[in-house]
Design a protein. Structure first.
Lengths: 332, 291
């Protein structure tokens, strides 16, 4: 197994919701978006982060890149603790980590030409000083993301491009500083179905060429299974299961994972499927249920006749098999 | 989401758009007339402030073929005086606006971009200046530094920026949450770069519309201060004309020709800037357009 590129320990991200006057005796509501997660991202892997809407996927991704301030925890990047990096050293680190956003219509400055969008990272970090080198770098980045002819595309503005082309520009801009680590936040979910495969292939090809590590955020478990080496399942700001993709899909042990897998629309081989439909809404991360946070919606909890542990004790991640962990009191 | 590229046609020039709206067009025409008169007028009809009469018969004379708009309390030609007065009124308005807009934009940008202590402190300062009254301030400053048109400019500039700061701030607050700003930050750009290269161009149209409105307010403030005798006593503006006319008892003596031209000038200029400014604001401010 590869060594860890990032080691995240007990990371917490809370948002305070302000309502009305901040009076001293009024406790502000706290959204526990990330409520103590511990995991590694291994060098060169694609780690998929899956979970329902609002479970904290985007928050984790942005916190790893220090776009959101963590409340507590350690984000170890090789031998540096990112969580406490500041100023110049943080800006220098940003070259190594990049974010690809979900919505290519929102993530590009409509006042910048494609050339300026791609040149900006190089200018910010003073990588290139000569004007003609800058042009060479930009054109190369465009070509390598499949945007031809580079000279012509470079002059366009975002509103002249299709969604797929915009996402390629965003990818080119993320790659131009030659980062090691990419957070891709649902990079194809806003795109036309017809261009999704092309974008995914591009991202995987770049991964091999440039030896990248990805945190790939998606709510689509079957997509995660196709492209990721490992899958991590998040529920209400906590990791409830993590393991190799195949194992997680075919031998997932957490009742939540099993429910998610059972409703994957495309038929997955060798699985006699009984669909498990989860009842109820995801509870709000302001009022996290006592004990196991999943118990109010857990089918196993009901089948087992409401065991006491589930109501009182928060389950820790336990090893199920080599590299496969799950957080449940009653694993299969 | 549609995936085909739609080449957007460039929207026409902003002033062309203003011209197409009747009220905006009226504003532009008014401003054009005043600007031409104030620039060309004093060249064609020069005014000599020292051209004071020695005979009492020339004082406060009604319009005649010699003096189209009569004479003032020193026997000088009111028509020529009005043309020159326009220059100072406009100049004070423009310079005070430059101070006001610069301060307001910078403070608005910073207060919007930096939440937390910096943003809160800047907003407190803004609120303080918002309630700071113009008159006592200029009386105190005039007592310390003497009355001059640079003091007038400074005081108007220093008291009128808070509204700009508030408007800019609210726009910046929504901009800073946008994804393209977050992407630039994640590239490692400095705050200065994010603000100057990516946020400022997006609030510029708003600042632009606000400028036109602030000019109108500044001209009116100058006229008010000068009318109350707090202006520069040795330079002619519409405000000082009203002041000296009033002091000389022009109103009581029925010398309407001395008070009407500067008064009308102020009304027309302020009206012109206000019409143009509101039209620009309507075109540029998405919140106003919805209603
Ligand atoms: N700035 C914020 N202020 C307050 N609450 C926030 C903020 N950002 C996120 N949250 C809350 O934190 C929780 C996690 O949000 P997050 O955006 O990370 O979810 P997600 O898993 O990415 O969801 P989706 O699949 O819809 O993108 C949600 O309950 C959300 O409402
Ligand atoms: Mg999200």
């Amino acid at each position: 197994m590869n060594p860890a590129l990032l080691s995240i320990k007990d990371l917490k991200v809370y948002f305070e919701l302000r309502q009305g006057l901040p009076l001293p005796w009024r406790e502000p509501d706290v959204v526990k978006a990330i409520d103590g997660v511990t995991f590694d991202i291994l060098e060169g892997e694609v780690l998929a982060l899956v979970g329902e809407s609002g479970c904290g996927k985007t928050t984790i991704g942005k916190t790893l890149l220090r776009l959101i301030e963590p409340k507590a925890g350690i984000i170890q990047y090789r031998d540096q603790d990112l969580a406490h990096l500041k100023g110049v050293s943080l800006r220098a680190m940003r070259q190594k980590m990049q974010l690809i956003f979900q919505d290519p219509y929102e993530s590009l400055d409509s006042r910048q030409s494609v050339f300026d969008i791609l040149a900006e990272p190089l200018v910010i970090h003073q990588r290139v000083t000569q004007k003609k080198d800058l042009q060479a770098c930009v054109f190369e980045a465009l070509e390598s993301t499949g945007l031809h002819p580079a000279a012509e595309i470079a002059q366009r503005y975002p509103h002249h491009l299709s969604g797929g082309q915009r996402q390629r520009v965003a990818i080119a801009a993320a790659m131009i500083l030659e980062p090691e680590f990419i957070v891709a936040d649902e990079p194809v979910s806003m795109l036309d179905v017809s261009v999704r495969a092309g974008i995914l292939q591009l991202m995987l090809a770049l991964r091999h060429q440039k030896n990248l590590t990805y945190l790939f955020i998606t709510h689509d478990l079957s997509l995660a299974w196709v492209i990721a080496d490992r899958i991590m399942v998040l529920y209400l700001g906590k990791v409830i299961e993590i393991g190799p993709s195949d194992r997680l899909i075919h031998a997932g042990t957490h009742p939540y994972t099993q429910a998610l897998v059972s409703v994957i629309p495309s038929p997955i081989p060798d699985r006699s499927r009984e669909q498990i439909i989860l009842k109820g809404e995801t509870p709000s991360p302001v009022h996290v249920p006592e004990g196991c946070r999943f118990h109010p919606r857990c089918w196993k909890f009901q089948r087992l006749g409401s065991p006491k542990e589930c109501l009182t004790q928060e389950p820790d991640l336990r090893q199920v098999a080599e590299g496969h962990l799950a957080a449940c009191h009653f694993l299969d | 989401m549609n995936a085909t590229a739609v080449p957007a046609s460039r929207p026409p020039n902003l002033w062309v758009q203003v011209w197409e709206i009747p009220l905006g067009r009226a504003g532009i025409i008014l401003l054009g007339i005043v600007l031409v008169l104030s620039l060309v007028g004093p060249v064609v009809f020069p005014f000599n402030p020292k051209d004071i009469t020695s005979t009492a018969a020339d004082i406060l004379q009604p319009p005649s073929s010699m003096h189209w708009l009569g004479t003032d309390e020193l026997g000088r030609d009111v028509f020529r005086e009005t043309l020159v007065g326009a220059r100072l009124s406009l100049l004070v308005g423009l310079l005070a606006t430059a101070i006001s807009i610069t301060l307001g934009s910078i403070i608005g940008l910073l207060a919007g971009y930096y939440r937390g202590a910096v943003g809160i402190t800047l907003m407190r300062v803004t609120d303080f200046f918002l309630v700071l009254p113009l008159l006592p301030l200029i009386i105190i400053l005039a007592a310390i530094f003497g009355q001059s048109f640079s003091i007038t400019i400074m005081v108007i500039g220093l008291t009128s920026w808070p509204s700009t700061a508030r408007i800019v701030r609210s726009q910046v607050i929504s901009l800073r949450e946008r994804q393209f700003i977050e992407r630039i930050r994640s590239l490692g750009a400095t705050d200065l770069r994010v603000i100057a290269v990516h946020i400022l161009p997006n609030v510029l149209p708003l600042i632009y519309a606000n400028t036109v409105l602030v000019i109108a307010g500044s001209i009116l403030s100058e006229a008010t201060l000068a009318f109350l005798g707090l202006g520069d006593p040795v330079r002619v503006s519409w405000g000082t004309m009203l002041h000296f006319g009033f002091v000389a008892g022009a109103a009581g003596r029925g010398a309407w020709w001395y008070l009407l031209p500067p008064g009308l000038g102020i009304v027309l200029v302020v009206l012109g800037f206000t019409l143009a400014g509101h039209t620009l604001d309507q075109l540029l401010n998405p919140r106003l357009r919805e209603f």
